[in-house]
Design a protein around this ligand. Structure first.
Ligand code: TYD
Ligand code: MG
Length: 457
């Protein structure tokens, strides 16, 4: 028997080293090296090889005009939100990774989506985490029953591969990749080596047989230990399912997509009958605002191709002892620190001895420059204890000299602001020329944060 080789692999990024290292030289993670036994005969292209006669892709080079685009390449689900995040439906032969915290609802989402698809396509749902009865119970709670829906409770990838060969599904769900095990490859299930081999085998199965495969990957708090980050470059599309566990909203976001745009956001609501899509998220995010609130502003933020209105809240209170505390949920901490400094320098607010807390309501995460103005105004409102107007909305990026900078897609943003019945919107002066006058909405151009504050309060 061939001698077994020992390798150390970084659980965060998959970096391999012949000896143990405290810090991974590739990604810088500490204490992530784990011992892996590697049988010399095994490579990433392992012996599991299935090919059915269906739609085998040719390996001859062709010119562009020889390639015909057919419109059936995408399969639609009942969830518009899901299809939009994927770039217009499920692409045949694509490998999609859905990452997210344990318990956030990944299995629920994929079970619902795959049962919808099973009305027209053959689906194989493989679970390495739950028994068939558990899945059946959940499936009957979610309502729909489909006859082309196959369930398999299995963790051995070679058994799964032969079931795929037998059933010939169009869609396969692997829940989760961490529980999958390639017997020919030593190393613990969920370890970096196993994860990578399993994913590359699934990729080949997807491409050779034109099967759309969804793989679930659990992400831990640090976002790197459980491995999905390492798999991102191997798959076609990476979706993250996120949200606060105690909040009913869940966001599906595309962070990588070979078949569509990234940053597209789909919003769902977790109900007792499973997930329901939210087609008008702005209304829901704004419904709990109160009139005359201090430190609350509304921003029109761009999420992929869609504008979403969300509420920014901030709270400034004098620091009691020690250093000022700052926390931000739903917005980048660096961004708010910078805005606090800008407000201190250009608007004369004394913020260094204030604790500052920030929150985007509804559990949504906002990460684009145009949210700056809304954050800055909410800081001033809370600091001066001066309520903001419930009919105002704010759009604009703020620079270090206190200037309000032009933002992209102003027309789309304004359209959504108007649709939701706001009376006034503050926008960057340089965007003003692009807009036509509106009857129901007063558009107020501002050039600096100082000017904005002066006009608002
Ligand atoms: P699940 O899909 O198992 O999460 P994941 O696969 O990401 O680990 O979701 C589990 C949570 O969702 C669980 O806490 C219960 C909740 N849930 C509902 O609120 N309603 C439902 O209809 C279902 C099926 C689950
Ligand atoms: Mg699950």
């Amino acid at each position: 028997m061939a001698k077994k080789k020992v390798m150390f692999e970084c659980m965060a990024c998959g970096y391999e080293s012949p000896k143990w290292l405290g810090k991974c030289p590739n990604c810088g993670a500490w204490n992530q090296m784990e011992e892996q036994l590697v049988a010399p005969t095994v490579s990433a292209t392992s012996p599991i090889h299935i090919t059915t006669s269906r739609k085998k892709t040719s390996s001859h080079a062709v010119t562009l005009d020889q390639i015909t685009l057919s419109s059936e390449e995408r399969m639609a689900t009942d969830f518009q939100e899901f299809d939009r995040v994927l770039g217009g439906g499920v692409v045949q032969g694509s490998l999609v990774l859905i990452g997210g915290d344990p318990g956030i609802g990944k299995s629920t989402l994929l079970l619902q989506v795959s049962m919808q698809l099973a009305r027209q396509h053959t689906v194989l749902y493989v679970s390495g985490e739950e028994s068939l009865t558990q899945i059946k119970m959940r499936a009957s709670r979610l309502g729909t029953d489909a006859d082309k829906f196959y369930l398999l409770s299995e963790t051995d990838l070679s058994t799964i591969a032969s079931e795929i060969q037998r059933i010939e599904p169009t869609i396969v769900v692997i829940d989760s990749i961490q529980t999958m095990n390639v017997p020919e490859h030593t190393g613990t299930a969920g370890g970096a080596g196993q994860l990578r081999v399993a994913t590359s085998i699934l990729m080949r199965i997807a491409k050779e047989n034109q099967i759309a495969i969804f793989i679930v990957g659990h992400v831990t708090k640090e976002g790197n230990i459980a491995g999905p980050r390492m798999l991102e470059h191997m798959v076609d599309t990476v979706l993250y399912f996120e949200g606060e566990r105690h909040n009913r909203f869940r966001m599906l976001r595309a962070v990588k997509n070979r078949f569509g745009s990234t940053n597209e956001l789909g919003v769902f609501e977790m109900m007792d009958i499973g997930l329901q899509e939210v087609l008008n998220p702005s209304e829901l995010f704004l419904e709990e605002r109160i009139v005359g609130a201090v430190g609350s502003t509304v921003v029109a933020a761009l999420e992929g191709t869609r504008t979403i209105l969300a509420e920014v809240q901030s709270l400034m209170t004098p620091t009691v002892y020690g250093n000022a505390k700052r926390t931000a949920s739903g917005i980048d901490y660096q961004r708010v620190s910078l805005l606090l400094a800008v407000m201190e320098k250009h608007c004369g607010l004394l913020l260094q001895n204030q604790d500052a807390f920030f929150k985007i309501t509804g559990g949504i995460k906002l990460d684009e420059p145009a949210i700056d103005l809304a954050i800055a105004v909410s800081i001033a409102s809370s600091y001066w204890n001066h309520p903001t107007n419930i009919d105002d909305c704010f759009i604009g990026e703020i620079g270090l000299t206190g200037e309000i900078r032009r933002v992209s897609q102003i027309k789309e943003r304004i359209k959504e602001v108007q649709k939701l019945g706001f009376k006034r919107v503050f926008i960057p002066k340089n965007n003003f020329a692009q807009l036509d006058k509106m009857e129901s909405l007063e558009i107020i151009p501002v050039a600096t944060i100082k000017e904005a504050i002066y006009k608002i309060f």
